[in-house]
Design a protein around this ligand. Structure first.
Ligand SMILES: [Zn+2]
Length: 126
């Protein structure tokens, strides 16, 4: 049935993808698949792009971590109402996760700065 792609990556490990039928390579590495892949990529891109879907969804305002919750809920509702294709909802979900992570990092940075200030104050007091 499905075999592993024979393509060797630059680190000399084998590509983990399955090979396509009657080939030793996956869709990305089979030299005979270049045109089919391009067509598939183009088709996929068109189907899921905002422009071609003509979506007019309300903008999110995310100024603090708490704003991520309504954005996630809005995305869930738009997905369930069929306004948002699953692939785009998935991307939005991922990006909301990135935003949340950025808030976390910023918060840690603020805490470290505060701790640094306290340590410095104690040192100068002596
Ligand atoms: Zn491959």
């Amino acid at each position: 049935m499905n075999k592993q792609c024979s393509f060797l990556k630059s680190d000399m490990t084998r590509c983990q993808a399955y090979s396509v039928e009657e080939s030793d390579f996956c869709l990305s590495h089979d030299p005979n698949q270049k045109d089919e892949k391009l067509a598939a990529v183009r088709k996929g891109g068109q189907a899921d792009s905002y422009q071609s879907l003509k979506l007019s969804l309300p903008a999110f305002t995310i100024k603090e971590p708490q704003d991520v919750v309504p954005a996630v809920i809005q995305t869930i509702n738009e997905l369930r109402e069929g306004k948002l294709p699953p692939r785009i909802a998935n991307t939005v979900g991922y990006l909301l996760g990135v935003a949340l992570k950025a808030f976390e990092v910023a918060e840690i940075d603020d805490k470290i700065e505060a701790i640094d200030r306290i340590i410095l104050e104690r040192k100068t007091r002596k």
